[in-house]
Design a protein around this ligand. Structure first.
Ligand SMILES: *[C@@H]1O[C@H](CO)[C@@H](O)[C@H](O)[C@H]1NC(C)=O
Ligand SMILES: *[C@@H]1O[C@H](CO)[C@@H](O)[C@H](O)[C@H]1NC(C)=O
Ligand SMILES: *[C@@H]1O[C@H](CO)[C@@H](O)[C@H](O)[C@H]1NC(C)=O
Ligand SMILES: *[C@@H]1O[C@H](CO)[C@@H](O)[C@H](O)[C@H]1NC(C)=O
Ligand SMILES: CC(=O)N[C@H]1CO[C@H](CO)[C@@H](O)[C@@H]1O
Length: 505
């Protein structure tokens, strides 16, 4: 128990930024950054509003009217999932294959998905020419905590190992919501899922054989894990992190009441250093007799937070600081999205870890990179720069926040899952069967749940089928695009480094 708490803290509490990826990406504004880059840094930063917010406009109706989803918990009988999922298809006939094709065509008329969706193609590339055989899926079992099968819109689950806390529960809950939101749209599939921190599928182990397709929350350049949104989008009851949709709503209320210029002009981080190198290192950036690095970093004691009802760990209150630091946990940290959403520029201690959305973040547009080999100096420089370039710093904070609220809206999370699972299923060369997996449905998960776990399930439950087409997935990046993104990101980092060197520390 105690160990659990400590671990929880370690995994979780970071709330610093997430940075992620190294080589990977940079984004849309590459060109912009390129062109303005060399001599006018601040206009680069200043003008990076961008491609967010497109998705909600011009949505294409799917032609299927919204049907309410009702959770009905029997009082005295056992829950049986093997009927139609959530009673949806009893009122709405499942679309036939031909309707699906039509729907697919329609979706091309939908607005394009955010650019980071294009990495779905990158994640699945190792199997593009071979397809995914049953043997390949079975070879991923060695890394998997559970197996999930979807057949005719119904889900089946087989547990191999225990996941930390309720990571698997809320991940699966999210997939059930997807099935309810888009009845008939998620194709039959079978997948293996790993819910721990470290990426597992090393490229170098599969030079000549097909790698195991493994779903996971994070990866590195040297691994081949298939990225999937983490559990906390549906809630993290152990540390009172609300589902993402309601959290964003609440945050909008808080941030509206706080003027940007009135925020506390330092860089904030709170989390559990827990023996994690980069975090321990960050703790050294607190003010001392010799230095004030403009950082205000706090060690979180999750045991105490749990005991006092989380009164001191309200994430929304952390937006009171003008800058927010992200630093990795054991690997990536789910804290990044909360840090981004605050309108305070995210100071991202650079990281080799990548999660599905961080591939869309652009330095100078969504965050400010912090060199992890001299964090304190780098943070001091960033804060001094921001406090003397208030307009640009505010714009950077808002750029990150727009990304969190718009590109990363819960609606887009479902679109991402739908596109990923659809593309993945198309690669399967066989028809999956449940075998030893058991039927699961919202009733079997939510009815027996209790406490905060149950509340978060109810709060994040999809209450109706969705009447619009998902955004349309753009084609894969070509190699030049990927190279250009990586290059422009690298140059951005180098340029910040030069700016830092130009000041006497
Ligand atoms: C399913 O929906 C039908 C029609 O709306 C309703 O009569 C029935 O009670 C529902 N079944 C369950 C198990 O909720
Ligand atoms: C795969 O290739 C890399 C680099 O070429 C090499 O270092 C590694 O040992 C190889 N792995 C195997 C399993 O052959
Ligand atoms: C946000 O503010 C609106 C309007 O003031 C209010 O109706 C709503 O309940 C608030 N939402 C949350 C989550 O606090
Ligand atoms: C970070 O700092 C180290 C040492 O100070 C330096 O070697 C490295 O190039 C820097 N990284 C970037 C991306 O500038
Ligand atoms: C600082 C800067 O270059 N701002 C420009 C950003 O883009 C808008 C609209 O394209 C211009 O009006 C601004 O002048």
């Amino acid at each position: 128990m105690r160990k659990d708490k400590v671990q929880a803290a370690t995994h979780i509490v970071q709330f610093p930024i997430k940075e992620v990826f190294i080589f990977v990406i940079v984004i849309v504004l590459t060109v912009l950054i390129y062109s303005t880059w060399s001599d006018d840094f601040s206009s680069t930063i200043g003008n990076v509003t961008g491609s967010t917010g497109l998705v909600r406009k011009n949505r294409q109706p799917s032609g299927i009217p919204p049907t309410p989803i009702i959770l009905s918990c029997p009082t005295d009988t056992a829950i049986i999932c093997n009927q139609t999922p959530n009673n949806v298809s009893s009122t709405t006939a499942l679309p036939s294959a031909s309707q699906n094709t039509k729907a697919k065509r329609n979706s091309f008329a939908s607005p394009a998905c955010p650019d980071f969706f294009r990495y779905i193609h990158e994640d699945l590339k190792p199997w593009k020419s071979t397809g995914i055989t049953k043997e390949m899926v079975e070879s991923a079992r060695q890394f998997a905590h559970f197996r999930l099968v979807i057949i005719d819109g119904k889900a089946y689950h087989e547990q191999y190992k225990k996941c930390f806390q309720t990571r698997d529960v809320f991940t699966i809950w999210g997939i059930l919501q997807l099935l309810n939101r888009y009845p008939g749209r998620v194709p039959d599939l079978e997948l293996m899922f790993n819910c721990e921190d470290p990426p597992s599928v090393k490229k170098s182990s599969y030079n000549s054989s097909a790698p195991p397709p493994l779903f996971h929350y994070c990866k590195e350049e040297s691994t081949l894990d298939i990225l999937f949104p983490d559990w906390s989008f549906w809630g993290w009851p152990e540390i009172n992190i609300k589902p993402w949709g309601p959290f964003l709503e609440e945050l909008k209320n808080t941030t509206e009441s706080l003027k940007w210029k009135d925020k506390i002009p330092y860089a904030f981080w709170k989390g559990n250093p827990g023996g994690i190198g980069p975090r321990e290192d960050l703790m050294r950036c607190n003010p001392s007799n010799e230095h004030d690095w403009n950082a205000r970093v706090f060690a979180q004691n999750w045991g105490r937070e749990v005991a006092n009802g989380f009164q001191d760990s309200n994430l929304a209150n952390q937006c009171n600081y003008r800058y927010k630091i992200y630093v990795d946990g054991i690997t990536w940290s789910v804290s990044e999205k909360y840090i981004l959403a605050c309108e305070s520029p995210m100071l991202l201690v650079t990281t080799p870890y990548i999660d599905f959305f961080t591939r869309g973040l652009v330095p100078g547009k969504h965050y400010w990179p912090i060199n992890s080999s001299h964090k304190c100096e780098s943070i001091k420089f960033a804060v001094d720069w921001g406090n003397t370039h208030l307009t640009e710093a505010e714009e950077l904070g808002k750029g990150g926040s727009r990304f969190a609220h718009e590109e990363l809206s819960i609606e887009n999370i479902y679109h991402y899952m739908l596109h990923l699972l659809t593309e993945y299923a198309q690669l399967l060369t066989y028809k999956p069967t449940p075998d030893k997996a058991n039927s699961i449905c919202i009733e079997s998960m939510a009815c027996p749940a209790n406490g905060l776990g149950k509340q978060f399930m109810l709060d994040s439950m999809v209450k109706s089928t969705y009447e619009f087409e998902p955004c349309s997935l753009s084609p894969p990046f070509d190699i030049e695009e990927l190279n250009a993104l990586a290059r422009s990101k690298e140059e951005y980092l180098k340029n910040i480094e030069k700016m830092e060197k130009g000041t006497a520390l």
